[in-house]
Design a protein. Sequence first.
Length: 310
Amino acid sequence: MVQRFDVTGSDGVRLAAWEFREHAPADVPGPREALDSGAASGAGSEPGPDPGSGPGVLLLHGLMGRAFHWAGTARWLAERRRVVALDQRGHGQSERPEHGPYTREAFVADAEAAVEQLGLGPVILIGHSMGALTAWQLAARRPDLVRALVICDMRASALGAASQQEWEEWFHHWPLPFPTQDAARRWFGEDDPRVERPDPGRGAFFAEVMQQTADGWRPVFSRQQMLTARETWVHDAHWEELALVRCPTLVVRGLDGELGRAEAQEMVRVLPAGEYAEIADAGHYLHYDQPTAWRAALEPFLDALKTPAR
């Protein structure tokens, strides 16, 4: 079962939060149907998930992602935990304010609002890429709200101005609109010049953020807003905030991902309670590439956490 709850984020931005439950009534749409139609049982009509239904987990997608990228992970997590995935501002079915702000402060404040308004704390934060940075910045600033943290393929080092320029040029070369969703899947997974070898996980990731329009399939997000959001972290290193994270933290990388082994191991060393996991035959979108190995990496870490007093 997937149920939507609206959260009021920083500056009053409306955010869509999706609770995944283990069992779904027959008349409640599943993740794919809810994603396509916007339908969700009880959307906006209830105060939030039941605070007594188990340890809270908040899933934070990466740049250009959406909450339903976590559907596979959320299903097995929901067997024993309360699981909520957040569409971050500018993404998914959350608001896309024209003038933002799309700052680090805004994204972190939004995640903080979701934890507090949905009664998830002390929460387990699981973040991918940009979502992982948001997660560890929240853990550093509000340790009282965060029980544990999983960082999925996100660097702590500055990426620099050249990286931002490369992204601008890449966006310019997207062959929009795509004639079909499958065409988008093939381009991002095989034909994109940034792809060195076929990457089905990458193709699936981007196919999920395309929507049908009058002239074809286009992204659900504004590419300019994505560049604006990215601009706020690529020029800075984030080691100091990482060192402030006191809760148990698992750093996970794909063998062919964007986070190199040496940097990942240094992140673990800097973290006061850091652990390391590596997934073979996986790239940046490792939870799409190798879902079974991803689960195998996370479960021992999550199972070892002590149950907090509620």
